[in-house]
Design a protein around this ligand. Structure first.
Ligand SMILES: [Fe+2]
Length: 336
């Protein structure tokens, strides 16, 4: 049994040397920004006090926040870790338990935050051949930044997937949706979702990926209102000369329609819409690395953009070899 079952991701936290530069980008990206206590906060329309925080300092990723179901859960987690819940001195208040994972990531588990009522969403009115809910009303879209509803997930690069997976699952009750293998028996990482029983949960809330390179946040993702909203957001970011990273396309694992952008400090943020949801009854799946890099439609992964794409099988083979070598050299003499 895990110590607790978290409900969702709560926020991502960064440091940046110039909050106004970050704010300019976040407003183009579609977050409502405000400053308080010397920090910059980005809010979505779900009524939660914040989903993105920037503190002054050298540009870097600082922490990922998870939402516990109750203060009682926070206390259970704190007892397990031998720490105490602390008041969360930020907009919305509440309590926080701060933990450090095996990779050194700061994880801020929050509960009891004061929320506002969510902003009402427009009715879905997308005509398709099977159903035409929009009648006697033309489509007239206003150019604007995307409308971000909520934060959806974070992807963290790890150096030892199994160790990190154990730590996150044992504490937060995460379930694997898709485990990705570079080759058979060589796990690369897993898309993990929250266990909310019968309540459908996003395909992934945390993705731990053992990819070559230094540990760090690979991206944080934010759900927008619809495909139209995502595309208008794309046009807006492009018109503001922001740096596109990957998209638009539709993923295989999670099925989201995605659009990735870089903030001015090199952090990658994603807009997505129309993702998969699963309940606790849905079993984990195994997937190949090829399926991770491929798209159902849209832009190829930037690793392949503008070049002759190496066969995905070759990419998977090289990654599997690197992982096997790492496994070999990281064994203790007794294991070997
Ligand atoms: Fe993503």
């Amino acid at each position: 049994m895990p110590v607790i079952k978290v409900e969702d991701i709560a926020h991502v936290r960064f440091a940046a040397p110039d909050l106004s530069v970050m704010r300019g980008f976040l407003e183009d990206f579609g977050l409502a920004c405000f400053e308080e206590g010397g920090r910059l906060y980005g809010k979505a329309s779900d009524g939660r006090p914040f989903v993105h925080v920037t503190e002054p300092g050298e540009a870097r990723f600082l922490a990922v926040g998870l939402r516990a179901a109750s203060i009682a859960d926070l206390e259970r987690l704190a007892t397990h870790e031998g720490v105490a819940p602390e008041p969360l001195d930020e907009p919305g208040g509440g309590m926080v338990v701060r933990l450090t994972d095996p990779e050194g990531y700061l994880v801020e588990v929050v509960a009891g935050q004061e929320c506002q009522p969510p902003t009402p969403l427009p009715e879905p009115q997308f005509n398709c051949a099977a159903a035409k809910p929009r009648q006697r009303a033309p489509v007239r879209l206003e150019p604007a930044p995307a409308h971000i509803r909520r934060i959806g997930h974070a992807v963290l690069r790890v150096s030892d997937f199994r160790t990190s997976e154990r730590w996150w699952k044992d504490r937060f009750g995460l379930l694997t949706s898709d485990e990705v293998e570079a080759a058979e028996g060589v796990p690369l990482g897993a898309f993990m979702r929250c266990d909310r029983g019968d309540i459908p949960s996003d395909h992934h809330t945390i993705f731990l990926a053992q990819l070559p390179g230094k540990p760090g946040l690979l991206h944080a993702a934010f759900e927008v209102e619809s495909l139209d909203d995502l595309m208008l957001g794309h046009e807006h970011l492009k018109s503001r000369q922001r740096e596109a990273a990957w998209g638009v396309g539709r993923h295989i694992m999670g099925s989201q329609i995605f659009d990735y952008w870089k903030d001015p400090f090199g952090n990658e943020l994603e807009h997505w819409t129309d993702g998969d949801l699963f309940t606790a009854a849905d079993p984990p799946q195994k997937q190949t690395m090829q399926a991770l890099l491929a798209v159902q439609w849209g832009s190829p992964h930037p690793m392949f953009a503008g070049k002759m794409a190496p066969p995905p099988g070759l990419v998977a083979f090289v990654t599997a070899m690197l992982l096997r070598l790492k496994r070999l050299f990281s064994r203790t003499p007794k294991e070997a």
